[in-house]
Design a protein around this ligand. Structure first.
Ligand code: NAG
Ligand code: NAG
Ligand code: NAG
Ligand code: NAG
Ligand code: NAG
Ligand code: NAG
Length: 927
């Protein structure tokens, strides 16, 4: 890896070339915690942008200062580069530390500054370093606090977690999976059902390490293989990433799973299980803890000595409640000690969060005996602990536990030598995960029927396309090792930690100045009343959607992160059950709006909102394997149901913000890589197949036809990001981007041509089938520019700079100008005027861009006119929400019946970009 700080030492030989003071470039960037400064930092990774041309990879030294104190052991690496090869984005990791500063200042210094402005270095602490041993059968990682082993083969993904004082606190970490091959239609039919059940365990196929002295990432890949029950092929490929930081006994785990089953594969339980050694620990010194609600903890011992008829003594009882080793039994009241054998041990506990609103909790003495209910609560915070007062134990946590229901925990065999903790990412106590289509096709026969049905439910149905094969889900899990049962206050703070893992982010102003995430946004503008009103509208939209997630319970294992597309004003509910109006699946780029909203405001809530959205849309709404790998699914009642499988939905641009801000989240990085093959899908599946009139048919190794808007913008974003990252295929990606850009520039009508013919072997783009001689096709779609095209094109133009193929920028400026120019102007320029022009408010930002680039003040005015006075959300819309309650609704809700997600997404992007490009003209327009 490019470890810049350290890599520098390796090139020390050429330092003399840069030693003169004039070669010294140095600057600082500040990062602060999202929200409040956390009370615990188990090690953190973050991203930072740098202006073009300033810092060179391998020739830059990074140091970090917390408040005014230099921190040892900043790990730095490159995650993105400018076209000239200079650093655009860096990832940084700092180790676990008790000293948590409010702000950290990262200073980059070029090689020439060696004796110059970089802060003085203290002595390096040797414990700030991870030791990795890569043997033939296992990988061993010693963080200074714990040593964790990862077997390279077999069913175990974590061999052992051992405290560095020698205590082994967890072993045999493995994935567990249950499935069944059918689901009885109703309770009556259970009597005659022949449901076949299968149990599976993980089968490790590959373990890789990415080591630095501050942070080590161990990536374990494999499948689930059957252990008992009905036979089944290995399936559900997984990637589990373990992040270990120096000085830390906390492990962050990112668990990703791809669904590769069929209609007969119902997942009924999906979990991660650890053994917890308890041998030698007295039953009354074994502790069980579950996080409950608002910092609450269930405090229990396997053998409770409180509440008994005879009292062992207050000191004894308090020690047990607090999780400390009990005093020697000869200090207790002997009426208790002689009767310990009559006090039951509770070996098994089970917590099930089957909805977002409530969890149940129960325990039993052993299998075969009745469960006893434990008074429970609403939203469990998702942390469980099993361990002993003298031997320590393991706490396991799932971020967003209740939001991702059905989730759960089992603690088992706690009265034996080896207890078990299981975290259920999908609880076996719930109904099976049912991914079958929600309707039977309704007799639709052929494209004609399908298009007709689209007219009524707006669902674009096609048999065989409503398949979940290839969708994925990623979960964030935390492991905490303890050498003694921790206090419940500690566990309570960890429950808060896993649900709000600390994030370091740069200041909006700094990110903006570097231009590393585009130039199409600026800081909130309150310089005029009109601008302030627009800002208020953006705030309204964000807060409304944030609150709707809660009010409408947009939660669940696969659903959390998404929101809905359109509202049903009669029923006061979002159209969760109407064909194409339900889950939004990134329609019209809300992902872009919400990320830009965060970039401008730095709002903590906006970051969490956008992060959950990215984790959802990038995984569940997109295919990760199979023929449609790289395509996403259009909005609908189920995330995978609609037959429109398109690049516009998997748009890599939607992942870009989180990827760089997070310091290069490896899972998102992998998703970006997967999307590099999206161009291959066009040879298999024609997105235009139901409406195509030119007779063109796809075939795998020949030229394919795709749109210059919704299709090319997704492909181009993927290529640009790969080039920017200098990923393993960056030269290929750059060539494809460069070639297709040249191809568009070469078309007589540029973007107005509408589509082109792409050659997947030469990676070139020519005129579309409708205009083989490139005489000048005119084909406009209102959708072209609402799935990331303006953002991707403006970033590409800036990235190529002087190397941009000739004519391309003009083609884009023309598209921006002519989209809503007068019919006469369109006719003069293209020989005909445009029909089917809509989404004018959305397109006002194209005019704003062109106005800014060409310094055209009348175009700037037109941008504002299109924004305020065309379609979309009007200035005199209500801009408020209304409470609906009583018998009109199931639960009281706020509604804003005047908006839909398409509107807010494009309105938001238009406001942000118009203010960034033509805010000066706003006052003129108003007057
Ligand atoms: C290790 O991680 C860094 C940073 O994400 C990346 O640049 C590098 O390619 C990785 N190395 C390997 C061997 O995967
Ligand atoms: C990088 O910065 C650290 C901390 O100031 C310093 O100790 C080290 O000498 C620098 N390395 C180089 C090669 O400039
Ligand atoms: C899972 O199994 C499939 C089929 O045997 C194989 O192609 C794939 O490489 C495996 N995946 C992983 C991550 O090991
Ligand atoms: C783009 O392609 C042209 C023509 O082949 C070439 O001259 C130019 O260097 C390429 N630009 C980049 C950035 O690769
Ligand atoms: C541009 O068009 C000309 C003529 O149609 C063709 O010869 C040339 O290869 C095209 N260039 C690109 C980059 O597509
Ligand atoms: C919302 O705005 C509309 C239109 O301005 C107004 O009539 C209505 O009273 C407002 N409702 C609330 C609850 O503020």
């Amino acid at each position: 890896m490019s470890k810049l700080g350290i890599g520098l030492l390796a090139v020390a030989g050429i330092m003399s070339h840069y030693a003169s003071a004039s070669d010294c470039t140095s600057s600082s960037a500040e990062v602060h915690w999202l929200g409040e400064t956390p009370t615990y930092n188990a090690g953190v990774t973050f991203g930072l942008p740098w202006p073009q041309g300033k810092y060179q990879p391998g020739k830059t030294n990074f140091t970090v200062v917390g408040d005014a104190e230099e921190i040892q052991g900043l790990e730095s690496w490159a995650t993105g580069y400018w076209a000239d090869g200079s650093l655009k984005w860096t990832g940084h990791a700092i180790a676990e530390s008790d000293r948590i500063y409010d702000k950290y200042t990262v200073t980059a210094s070029s090689l020439g500054c060696v004796n110059g402005s970089s802060p003085a270095s203290g002595s390096s602490k040797s414990n700030n370093s991870i030791v990795v041993t890569d043997a033939s059968d296992t990988v061993k990682v010693n963080t200074g606090e714990v040593t964790v082993t990862f077997p390279k083969k077999g069913s175990i993904i974590v061999g052992e977690i051992k405290m560095n004082n020698g205590k082994s606190v967890a072993a045999n970490g493995r994935l567990v999976l249950h499935s069944q091959d059918s689901v009885p239609d109703d309770y009556d039919s259970r009597a005659n059902s022949s449901v076949q059940y299968s149990n599976f365990k993980s089968q490790v196929e590959d373990v890789s390490i990415n080591q630095t002295s501050v942070r080590t990432l161990v990536t374990v890949r494999g499948n689930h293989t059957v252990t008992d029950g009905a036979d089944h092929d290995p399936w559900l490929p997984f990637v589990v990433r373990f992040y270990l930081y120096a000085n830390s006994a906390t492990i962050k785990v990112v668990h990703s799973l791809v669904f590769d089953g069929d209609e007969k594969d119902f997942i009924t339980g999906l979990g991660i299980r650890f053994d917890v050694p308890l041998k030698g620990e007295e039953y009354y010194d074994r502790h069980v803890r579950f996080a409950g609600v608002d910092g609450g903890i269930l405090n229990e011992a396997v053998q409770g000595i409180t509440g008994l008829r005879r009292d062992p003594g207050q000191e004894v009882k308090t020690a047990q409640f607090e999780g400390r080793k009990l005093p020697a039994t000869d200090t207790w009241d002997s009426r208790v000690t002689t009767r310990l054998k009559w006090i039951p041990t509770w070996a098994d506990y089970s917590l099930s969060q089957l909805t977002a609103d409530g969890f149940s909790l129960k325990k039993r003495t052993k299998a075969g005996q009745s469960w006893v209910k434990i008074p429970s609560g609403t939203r469990a915070e998702g942390l469980a602990y099993l361990g002993g007062a003298t031997q320590g134990g393991l706490a396991v946590g799932l971020r967003d536990f209740w939001k991702r229901y059905p989730s759960g925990f089992d603690i088992s065999n706690a009265a034996s030598d080896t207890g078990e903790v299981t975290l259920w990412l999908y609880s076996p106590a719930a109904d099976p995960l049912d991914l079958r289509p929600f309707h039977d096709g309704l007799g639709q026969d052929g494209y004609e029927d399908e298009l007709d049905a689209l007219e009524i439910t707006y669902e674009d149905y096609e048999p065989g396309f409503n398949t979940p094969y290839g969708i994925a889900r990623t979960s964030e899990v935390y492991l905490f090792a303890f050498d003694a049962t921790p206090t419940s206050d500690k566990l309570s703070s960890l429950a808060a930690y896993i649900n709000n893992p600390p994030v370091l982010v740069a200041e909006p102003k700094y990110i903006h100045e570097t231009k590393a995430l585009g130039e199409y946004w600026n800081l909130p503008d309150t310089t005029s009343e009109a601008a302030s009103t627009l800002e208020n509208h953006l705030n309204f939209i964000f807060e409304f959607y944030r609150d709707q997630i809660e009010q409408r319970r947009w939660y669940g294992f696969l659903d959390y992160g998404d929101f809905m597309h359109t509202y049903d004003t009669d029923r006061h509910t979002w159209r969760y059950d109407v064909g194409g109006y339900a889950w939004d699946n990134s329609e019209l780029s809300p992902d872009l709006f919400f990320w830009l909203y965060f970039l401008r405001t730095g709002s903590k809530d906006a970051y969490r909102f956008a992060e959950a959205l990215t984790r959802h849309t990038g995984e569940v709404d997109v295919y990760h394997i199979g023929d449609w790998k790289g395509l996403g699914t259009r909005h609908g009642v189920q995330h995978w149901a609609d037959s429109a499988k398109q690049a516009r939905i998997s748009q890599p641009q939607y992942r870009k913000y989180f990827f760089y801000l997070s310091g290069g989240d490896e899972r998102v990085g992998e998703l970006l890589e997967e999307l590099l093959d999206t161009d291959k899908t066009y040879g298999i599946l024609d997105p235009q197949r139901k409406v195509r009139t030119d007779g063109w048919k796809p075939s795998p190794d020949s030229t394919v036809s795709f749109g210059l808007g919704t299709d090319w913008s997704g492909l181009a974003a993927g290529w640009l990001i790969e080039w920017e990252r200098r990923g393993s295929r960056w030269e290929e990606a750059r060539t494809k981007l460069n070639n297709t850009i040249s191809g568009i520039a070469n078309l007589t009508n540029g973007f107005v041509t509408g589509s082109g013919l792409y050659d997947p072997t030469t990676w070139t783009l020519g005129p579309p089938p409708a205009d083989p001689d490139n005489l000048g096709n005119v084909s406009i779609s209102h959708l072209n520019a609402v799935f990331g095209l303006p953002e991707v094109v403006s970033e590409a133009i800036a990235y190529f700079a002087d190397d941009l193929p000739k004519g391309f920028k003009q083609d884009w400026l023309d598209y921006c100008y002519y989209y809503h120019a007068s019919a006469a102007e369109q006719k003069t320029r293209y020989g005909q005027s445009f029909s089917k022009i809509s989404l004018l408010q959305a397109h006002s930002r194209l005019a704003a861009y062109a106005a800014y680039e060409t310094k055209n003040t009348s175009l700037a005015l037109r941008a504002w006119k299109d924004f305020y006075d065309s379609d979309g959300l009007a200035p005199d819309a209500a801009w408020n929400s209304t409470r609906v309650n009583g018998s009109a609704v199931l639960v009281p809700v706020d509604e804003a019946a005047w908006l839909a997600t398409n509107d807010i997404a494009q309105y938001g992007l238009a406001v942000i970009q118009n203010l960034a490009y033509v805010s000066d003209a706003l006052a003129d327009y108003q007057s």
